[in-house]
Design a protein around this ligand. Structure first.
Ligand code: NAP
Length: 248
């Protein structure tokens, strides 16, 4: 399949989890992919090696998406290496649930910096290089529909992403740039393993509330992103696609 042939994509936080799955899928569908990471260089190199072994093209670029200077390097790497930028997937993110009484500045700043400031900085630096037909996909979360208890900061940060997606679809629409969000349900990833979510009561609760009867895998989300990145979605902007097996 080559529906993304000749397109260049940046996927933030693509060394692991959902981002790595998206990077692999966009490359399999024909895009050249910048695999962004912040600390896991070996994991990012492995994603690049897998893509190349499958006949695709990719480049690992380290950059902290909350740092404006590093974000500028990231965008420059795409333009200098491949001469264009067609697809941006704002995926890097962090989740840490806490009771409202346990709110701290640190919990707030960590999650809002990475989940909200990061996508804003990357999008701001990317859009001057994007042309008619370009696509931005923000990875939000089903939490903005489900509103789980003890998630006020995380859900607040993803609610901001849903709203920003809508605003930017209007602001960038006249330039022919589409902006959409994908809102995954609970997905088995490095992050959800590390956070202790996998195997927890939260997983059991998710399974019991999900019409399709299971939690998601990275492969459930990547094709949705690839569709939104492609010209097949040329008339779709400002949408939020819930990829949650029907949990809402
Ligand atoms: P993950 O496995 O923890 O991976 C996080 C990725 O983000 C890693 O590649 C990490 O890079 C990168 N990252 C962290 N800080 C960064 C920074 N400052 N700059 C650039 N990259 C950074 O996460 P995940 O579970 O796949 O989640 C990915 C996205 O999906 C997040 O936005 C999350 O909110 C959203 N989401 C996840 C779920 C779920 O159940 N997993 C559900 C709904 C939505 P390093 O490895 O280099 O640190």
């Amino acid at each position: 399949m080559s529906k993304l042939k000749d397109k260049v994509a940046i996927v933030t936080g693509a060394s692991k989890g959902i981002g790595a799955g998206i990077a692999r899928r966009l490359a399999a569908d024909g895009a050249t992919v910048i695999v962004n990471y912040v600390s896991s260089k070996d994991d990012a190199d492995k994603v690049v090696a897998d893509i190349e072994a499958a006949g695709g093209k990719a480049l690992a670029v380290g950059a902290d998406v909350t740092n404006k200077t590093e974000v500028e390097w990231l965008i420059r790497a795409a333009i200098d290496s491949f001469g264009r930028l067609d697809i941006l997937v704002n995926n890097s993110g962090i989740y840490q649930f806490a009771k409202i009484e346990d709110t701290t500045e640190e919990l707030y700043r960590k999650q809002f910096d990475l989940n909200v400031l990061g996508p804003l900085l990357v999008t701001a630096a990317a859009t001057p290089h994007m042309r008619k037909g370009a696509s931005i996909i923000n990875i939000s979360s089903f939490v903005t529909r489900v509103l789980p208890v003890e998630s006020a900061i995380y859900t607040g940060s993803k609610g901001a992403i849903d709203a920003i997606t809508g605003v930017l679809s209007r602001e960038l629409g006249p330039k022919g740039i589409r902006v959409n969000a994908v809102n995954p349900g609970l997905i088995e990833t490095d992050g959800t393993h590390t956070a202790g979510v996998i195997g927890s009561d939260f997983q059991t609760w998710n399974e019991s509330q999900t019409p399709l009867g299971r939690i998601g895998q990275v492969q459930d989300i990547a094709p949705i992103v690839s569709y939104l990145a492609s010209d097949d979605a040329g008339w779709v902007t400002g949408e939020r696609i819930l990829g949650s097996g029907g949990m809402r």
